[in-house]
Ligand binder design. Structure first.
Ligand SMILES: *Cc1c(COP(=O)(O)O)cnc(C)c1O
Length: 231
């Protein structure tokens, strides 16, 4: 994609979302654009914010906390999308609205216990190792129902859905396969846990956003196509 300014890039990503939704008969507002701002300075987030962007995703806790302090005057919805060690759950529980990468019960328990009183429930997605890769984070497909049931029982979390980062695929058609699988897993969970607000599929990045939207994504996580290539 052509490298433009952050507002131009936001516009063209928004247009791609509209086009993708239209071509598969989905409402454009069914897909939330999450701007992935890891490694970007707070000024870049402020530019995106001024252009109307409200949802931002961060991977590294300390970096995120620094930017949150700099952007305290902005009405931002903060999503944590990186790997998280259990000794760092307290800050995520206190400073984020969403957590996309829950993959084990210990982390979920701590997030629930540490969610400050008076804050709304922390929205969580379970990260699934959808291609069963040795190197990848995420709960296995086999263990997902058990983890989901345990997380659903925690008082201060809202179990919203599933997240995945599939293995790269060369052919665009093939990109849909893992996303469709994740969408089916969400349907299974809805049947298993009818009382949970399971409405979220966090899937799709700059290189596979359209395939994810075709497959039912409700949150696309876009970094490069908004902010440019990372170093
Ligand atoms: C970096 C990152 C993204 C954004 O990837 P791009 O290819 O730059 O759009 C999305 N999701 C997660 C979990 C990431 O770490």
């Amino acid at each position: 994609m052509r490298k433009g300014s952050i507002p131009e890039n936001l516009n063209s990503v928004a247009e791609r979302i509209v086009t993708a939704c239209r071509s598969c008969d989905r409402q454009a507002d069914a897909v939330t654009l999450l701007a992935v701002s890891k490694t970007r300075p707070a000024e870049d987030l402020r530019v995106a914010y001024a252009a109307g962007q409200r949802h931002f995703g961060e991977n590294y806790l300390q970096e995120a906390l620094d930017k949150q302090a700099e952007l305290a005057d902005c009405d931002i919805v903060w999503h944590f999308i990186g790997p998280l060690q259990s000794n760092k759950t307290r800050e995520v529980a206190a400073h984020f609205d969403w957590m996309h990468t829950v993959e084990r019960l210990k982390i979920a328990r701590r997030l629930s216990e540490q969610r400050p009183a008076g804050m709304p429930l922390l929205n969580v997605c379970l990260q699934v190792n959808i291609d069963d890769e040795d190197s990848k984070s995420g709960v296995s497909v086999e263990k997902l129902p058990e983890l989901a049931a345990s997380v659903a029982a925690l008082p201060n979390l809202a179990l919203r859905g599933l997240m995945a980062i599939p293995a790269p695929r060369g052919v665009a058609e093939d990109q849909r396969t893992p996303f469709i699988r994740l969408a089916r897993l969400l349907e299974d969970l809805k049947a298993q846990l009818p009382d949970q607000p399971l409405d979220t599929l966090s899937m799709g990045m700059s290189g596979d956003m359209e395939a994810a939207i075709f497959s039912g994504s409700t949150i696309v996580r876009i970094g490069t196509d908004i902010f440019g290539a990372r170093k």
